[in-house]
Design a protein around this ligand. Structure first.
Ligand code: G
Ligand code: G
Ligand code: NA
Ligand code: MN
Length: 253
């Protein structure tokens, strides 16, 4: 896989494709943004999950090139959608390995300029555990990214161990509640108490809250009641290719 991935990256990302999953505003039901999720159509193995190949990219020094491909392809797509009249906010995932690259901010800044993307339309999602692994590095990176004008979102929240002091220092705009809490969401259950507390904490800190992995009407009902700002999950849309996303967004209006 390592050799094949290297080959793909040496050939302009051949076989790699970004899928996009909408984040829906809980009340207006409008699409507030889409999250880019990478797929690899491997020549013989079929579709390989990022859960498999991102760790390989990290281990074999390919994460820089892979991250660059993702960022540039997402920005290229944003520009393309804009030409088609679709001004879409896009969220891109960053791993801890990527945050440790000293030139990450410079590369993002260069890509923003080259594709002529308004920084404010771009969000970077970093998992809570990645952000906590090396708080010095991530805080420095987040401050530099925020200075570029891009937004930050804390992904998979509730599975890491952020201190409130640290959370307050992060220049993040958004917090995404981990899927595991949404999965178990029932009136009066433990997850209910956790989700309620997280939403209240986030709002107190001025962050907007996204629930990920929303699948059922019951989960949606509870999340609306709790006051969650945005919803993401198979109930609304699965991650889909860029062309399909444009059709999906148009059918919404
Ligand atoms: O789509 P899902 O199976 O597709 O994604 C699995 C995991 O891979 C998720 O944790 C997701 O955040 C991560 N992931 C998907 N695309 C990217 C990407 O472009 N960069 C990074 N760093 N992680 C990604
Ligand atoms: O770690 P991150 O939150 O970026 O992971 C996104 C992953 O979650 C992707 O693999 C995506 O396909 C998956 N996903 C998105 N919506 C749902 C959902 O409603 N249910 C489940 N089980 N997975 C989802
Ligand atoms: Na994410
Ligand atoms: Mn997540």
């Amino acid at each position: 896989l390592q050799r094949d991935l290297r080959h793909a990256l040496d050939h302009g990302g051949k076989g790699l494709e970004l899928y996009y999953q909408p984040k829906i505003h809980a009340i207006s039901r409008q699409t507030t943004a889409v999250e880019a999720l990478i797929r690899w159509h491997h020549p013989t193995r079929g579709t390989v999950s990022p859960v498999q190949f991102i760790p390989i990219a990290e281990r074999f020094g390919l994460i820089g090139a892979l991250g660059d491909w993702v960022i540039n392809d997402a920005f290229r797509q944003m520009r393309q959608w804009q030409k088609e009249g679709l001004r879409m906010r896009v969220a891109v995932n960053l791993s801890m390995h990527q945050l440790r690259q000293n030139d990450l901010v410079e590369r993002i800044s260069k890509a923003l300029r080259e594709h002529r993307i308004e920084p404010d339309l771009v969000t970077f999602e970093v998992t809570e555990s990645a952000a906590m692994e090396d708080t010095q590095t991530s805080l420095r990176m987040f401050d530099q990214l925020a200075a570029l004008g891009v937004r930050l979102s804390i992904d998979d929240f509730g599975t890491g161990y952020s201190s409130l002091a640290y959370l307050r220092k992060l220049p993040a705009r958004q917090l995404k509640i981990d899927r595991s809490f949404i999965k178990d969401l029932q009136p009066e259950g433990d997850s209910y108490a956790i989700v309620l507390a997280v939403v209240q904490l986030a709002h107190a800190l001025g962050l907007n809250v996204v629930a990920e992995g929303v699948e059922t009407a019951e989960q949606e009902r509870i999340l609306l009641q709790i006051g969650c700002d945005s919803l993401q999950g198979f109930r609304y849309a699965k991650p889909m290719p860029a062309k399909r996303l444009a059709i999906w967004a148009a059918s919404e209006e």
